[in-house]
Design a binder for this molecule. Structure first.
Ligand code: NAD
Ligand code: UDP
Ligand code: UDP
Length: 311
């Protein structure tokens, strides 16, 4: 049994990770400032005596005794991370420094939730870990993309200079139950619009692509990544190497919900990446043959059921 800190533990991915770690028999300390997360995501865990919730902002120092840290705290949806761009940078940079300082003092392992956004609008397709990316440093997405890039820099420096056992996960678009209905990301937006028979807001001409992974495949990968040898820092891509355009996604969600919604085209946000698909050979090699199991259609069905019950 380990004592494990999950920052951002009341968010979409964090709440599933807390649940998985408890099921594996660990003690879990869930830390969250509830900016985009919600206590309802972890309400069912509170009765477990191995679970503790602490309301705290990781831009402030934090002291506790733990063996492992999963650093997930950071808003992930463009509308939320752009709401207070400076705060988003502080969370990725100052917050990650604090969690690395904690890991250093405790000789604990730290897994950093990085993102495919560090590749920006990629000029290389699909994206291997060796690709350096194409990011506008002063664009609307920069607070998130550059914040996460700097977090990777700090992680790699604590790894090489301070001997902190760090793991960097570059997560591609992940969806599933516990996403907030007003999260603003594409899967939750389309499903809520379809269930309400409202227009499906496709930005641009909808030809831009993303690769979508169901949350359970990601959680399995994160747990396996934490268990890799101390000499392995990554970064490692975690995603499903299957690409869909936003038009295809909209049509699939309309079909699965039996919705009367029509597609409504809206302006494409600035710097919106045109395509995104991971190379996952490194993950497959380092994570004992890990490979995503859940098809987009199956994952969407479960996610649709979750949002139905919210309505
Ligand atoms: P989310 O918004 O649901 O969760 C983020 C959580 O962090 C929320 O509970 C929020 O309240 C908390 N938080 C934000 N700032 C904080 C701060 N300063 N101090 C403490 N808590 C804070 O998003 P998610 O999809 O669950 O993303 C979790 C992590 O995974 C993020 O770091 C995100 O960048 C990364 N990620 C997610 C995806 C994805 O597709 N879901 C893709 C790439 C990377
Ligand atoms: N820190 C923390 N908890 C700890 C240890 C450190 O929050 O248990 C924070 C501390 O506030 C510091 C940061 O982590 O600002 C980085 O710590 P480190 O020891 O690397 O550097 P320094 O203390 O020299 O700034
Ligand atoms: N998108 C869309 N309609 C929406 C929300 C998003 O067409 O209501 C598009 C968005 O422009 C982007 C893709 O869907 O091209 C994925 O957007 P999301 O915000 O989910 O993630 P990210 O752009 O960070 O990968």
């Amino acid at each position: 049994m380990s004592r494990i800190l999950v920052t951002g533990g009341a968010g979409f991915l964090g709440s599933h990770l807390c649940e998985r770690l408890l099921a594996d028999g660990h003690e879990v300390l869930c830390l969250d400032n509830l900016f985009t997360g919600s206590k309802s995501n972890v309400a069912n865990l509170l009765k477990n005596t191995n679970f503790e919730f602490v309301r705290h902002d990781i831009t402030m120092p934090f002291y506790a005794e733990v063996d492992e840290i999963y650093n997930l705290a950071c808003p992930a949806s463009p509308i939320h991370y752009q709401y207070n761009a400076i705060k988003t940078v502080k969370t990725s940079v100052m917050g990650t420094i604090n969690m690395l300082g904690l890991a250093k003092r405790l000789k604990a392992k730290l897994l950093q939730a990085s993102t495919s956004e560090i590749y920006g609008d990629p000029s290389l397709h699909p994206q291997p870990e060796s690709y350096w990316g194409n990011v506008n440093p002063i664009g609307p997405r920069a607070c998130y993309d550059e914040g996460k890039r700097c977090a990777e820099t700090i992680c790699s420096n604590y790894f090489s200079q301070n001997g902190v056992r760090v793991k960097i996960a570059r997560i591609f678009n992940t969806y599933g139950p516990n996403m907030s209905a007003n999260d603003g990301r594409v899967v939750s937006n389309f499903i809520m619009q379809a269930l309400r028979n409202e227009p499906i807001t496709v930005f641009g001409d909808g030809s831009q692509t993303r690769s979508f992974m169901y949350y359970s495949d990601l959680i399995e990968a994160l747990v396996r990544l934490m268990a890799t040898p101390d000499s392995f820092m990554g970064p490692v891509n975690l995603g499903t190497p299957v690409e869909h355009s936003m038009i295809e996604l909209a049509e699939l969600i309309i079909k699965l919900t039996g919705s009367k919604s029509r597609i409504a085209f809206k302006p494409l946000p600035n710097d919106d990446p045109a395509q995104r698909k991971p190379h996952i050979a490194l993950a497959q090699k380092m994570l004992n043959g890990w490979t995503p199991q859940v098809s987009l259609e199956d994952g969407l069905r479960t996610t649709i059921d979750y949002f139905k019950q919210l309505l």
